[in-house]
Every structure is written in structure tokens, then in C-alpha cells.
Design a protein around this ligand. Structure first.
Ligand code: ADP
Length: 160
């Protein structure tokens, strides 16, 4: 049985992330979504909130579960018995970053494979950071995140 891990900070989960998770859940027998507990950047949502937003987003995918983790991604992959790490690629700048990280992970855990899925055209320019900026300024985020995430963003920014 192939278990895949989709790790990220997911602050918050977007439709781009959800598209990658949905496709990975169809490719692999089990998918674990790993939410970094303490990523080295300032976040809008707490770890518990980010996990909960993901849980609601993938409640319809029976082979998918969401867990928070701290420390090395390869260690968490070992813990959940994943053989594959899934990442999403949008543009060439993602490739550079993912390539570097994949090579480092291969050095740390040679038995783990990294599988990158290309983004859906619709989500090519969608990033969690840009999304938060638009949400904070009151822009329409309707097609970019699941409805419960839009509600959570509005609540954070105190808008309607
Ligand atoms: P990071 O893991 O670098 O903190 P994120 O949590 O935002 O970044 O994203 C997790 C993974 O999802 C990364 O592989 C990222 O490239 C990918 N991703 C982010 N946004 C999209 C998108 N719109 N379409 C496809 N993949 C995406």
C-alpha cells in the first residue's frame, strides 16, 4: 500500500492546495496532509486552526487524514509510514525551491520519493500569501478557497 504525505504550512488551505490533495488522494491509497507546526514565518492561523480548516476541506475524501507535525518532514514521513512526499508546482520559481528541497530530503531519506503535481491552470497564480493580502483588503476570494475558509478569513480580518 502506498502512503503519501502532502506537507505544507497551509496558512490557510486554498483551492490550489485542495486540488493537489484531491488528485493525490486518487493516485495513492492513503494520503496524510501534514501541517507544519512551527514554520519559520509569521502565520495568520494557529496550527489547530490550519488543521481544522483542512479537515473540513477533505471530509469527503475517505482515504485522507490531516495531522500537525513539528521537526523534519522526512521524520514525520517515516512516522506515518509514507513512501512518497507530494508537492505542488505552480511556476518555475516553485520548481527551483522544490528541486533543492527534494535533493536535501533525498540525502536525508534516500528511500523517500518526491512526486510533484502540476497546478491546475485555474490556480497557477494562487498563493496563500497573496490570498491573505486580497482578503485583508476586502477583495473577492470566492473562487479561491472553500467557503468555510473564506468565512474564517473574514473573521480574522474582521470584515463582512
Ligand atoms: P510551504 O510548504 O512552502 O509553506 P504552502 O503551504 O503554501 O507552502 O504549500 C504547500 C505545497 O502546496 C507546496 O508544494 C506549494 O508549492 C503547493 N501549492 C501552493 N499553492 C498551490 C497552488 N495554487 N497550486 C498547486 N500547488 C500549490
Amino acid at each position: 500500500m502506498t502512503i503519501a504525505l502532502y506537507p505544507g504550512s497551509f496558512d490557510p488551505v486554498t483551492n490550489g492546495h485542495l486540488d493537489i490533495a484531491t488528485r493525490a488522494a486518487a493516485l495513492f491509497e492513503q494520503l496524510v496532509i501534514g501541517v507544519y507546526d512551527v514554520p519559520p514565518k509569521s502565520l495568520l492561523f494557529t496550527t489547530e486552526e490550519r488543521v481544522e480548516l483542512w479537515r473540513q476541506a477533505v471530509a469527503h475524501l475517505p482515504n485522507t487524514r490531516v495531522e500537525a507535525y513539528a521537526g523534519l518532514t522526512v521524520e514525520f514521513a517515516r512516522k506515518v509510514k509514507a513512501q512518497v512526499i507530494v508537492r505542488g508546482l505552480r511556476m518555475s520559481s516553485d520548481f527551483e525551491k522544490e528541486f533543492e528541497m527534494a535533493l536535501m530530503n533525498k540525502k536525508l531519506a534516500p528511500d523517500l520519493e518526491v512526486v510533484c503535481l502540476m497546478t491546475n491552470l485555474e490556480y497557477e497564480f494562487l498563493s496563500a500569501s497573496l490570498l491573505k493580502e486580497v482578503a485583508q483588503l476586502g477583495g473577492c476570494i470566492q473562487d479561491l478557497v472553500p467557503e468555510h475558509v473564506a468565512v474564517a478569513l473574514r473573521r480574522k480580518f474582521g470584515s463582512r
